[in-house]
Design a protein around this ligand. Structure first.
Ligand code: ZN
Length: 299
């Protein structure tokens, strides 16, 4: 009997060392502190919640940096993490069809916030591309934060006020910068994600495919787009980060146009995620691309 004890003891000690090592390196959002846990679908609710709540909540984003939201498949672990959350915030069932399953799994139904439900139904579900819409979304997030963490009401209210001021100033900047441009046509080699943005400033949008990232990049459609661009004598086309830049390069070469990035914000690169890039910073990058691509003159 005794000779079997040593290997067993060895296994127990090895197990304890392993457990200690993962416990110290993996941050567990449920035990780190007593802050409420907020689970969000993707980067839009993530960055807005982060800006309003700072470190007063433990924030978990389901869509990993680098992934896109329209066709994401949540793992069973996601359902478990939701059971322990104080709130679940997502954009819409239309944008994130996978969220419906999670809503059903959430215990406290009243702590589920579908952001789009506060706005009229839009043709393009990327509703945060309109700055004024995003102020409304941030207002809803603030209400939810106060509900789950009432002690921080003043902090959240003050942060929302600052956020709204920042967005209003940016909105004015968009209006001024896009007032006088050589072209008002945005041709986007990607999915229909920027209609709310172009509509807000009197620009027109042509996108290669529909409102989701799936398919539709047929050779016929691409050839039509190339002809359209040639006919319009545009100097730049726009593409989105993470989408096939090869496709945009092909169009650019065939039409002699420059390719500039537009950021849909619904997905985020690892680099920008780690740098905690904010909604306003990403929208400012969009403005810079539009000003360059449409050749707008400073007013
Ligand atoms: Zn999208």
């Amino acid at each position: 009997m005794r000779k079997h004890l040593l290997p067993i003891l060895f296994l127990v000690v090895a197990g304890l060392i392993w457990w200690a090592s993962i416990s110290s390196t993996v941050r567990n959002p449920y035990t780190d502190n007593n802050n409420p846990v907020v689970v969000v679908s993707g980067y839009v609710p993530y960055t807005l919640t982060k800006q309003l709540a700072g470190d007063t909540v433990n924030l978990i984003m389901l869509l990993p940096p680098g992934a896109e939201p329209h066709a994401f498949e949540p793992t069973p672990g996601v359902l478990v993490s939701l059971k322990h959350a104080n709130a679940f915030i997502y954009v819409s069932n239309e944008l994130e069809p996978w969220a419906q399953e999670l809503v059903q799994a959430a215990d406290e139904k009243e702590n589920v916030l579908e952001l789009s439900s506060t706005l009229p139904i839009a043709q393009d579900p990327h509703i945060w591309m309109n700055l004024q819409n995003t102020k409304i979304l941030a207002g809803e997030i603030k209400k939810m934060l106060i509900k789950i963490n009432p002690g921080q009401q003043l902090f959240y209210t003050e942060n929302l006020k600052k956020f709204n001021e920042e967005i209003d100033a940016l909105d004015q900047e968009f209006k001024n910068s896009l007032a006088a441009c050589n072209s008002r046509e945005v041709v986007h080699v990607g999915h229909l994600a920027f209609k709310n943005l172009t509509d807000a400033y009197g620009l027109t949008l042509t996108a290669l495919s529909g409102t989701s990232h799936e398919g539709e990049h047929s050779a016929k459609k691409l050839a039509e787009l190339v002809e359209q661009i040639k006919g319009k004598h545009l100097s730049a086309i726009f593409t989105e980060e993470m989408l096939s830049s090869r496709l945009a390069k092909t169009v650019s070469q065939e039409t002699g146009t420059q390719v500039l990035p537009l950021y849909p914000i619904e997905h985020i690169s690892k680099k920008d995620f780690n740098a905690n890039v904010t909604y306003a910073q990403l929208m400012r990058r969009n403005l810079e691309s539009l000003v360059r691509g449409l050749k707008c003159q400073a007013s």
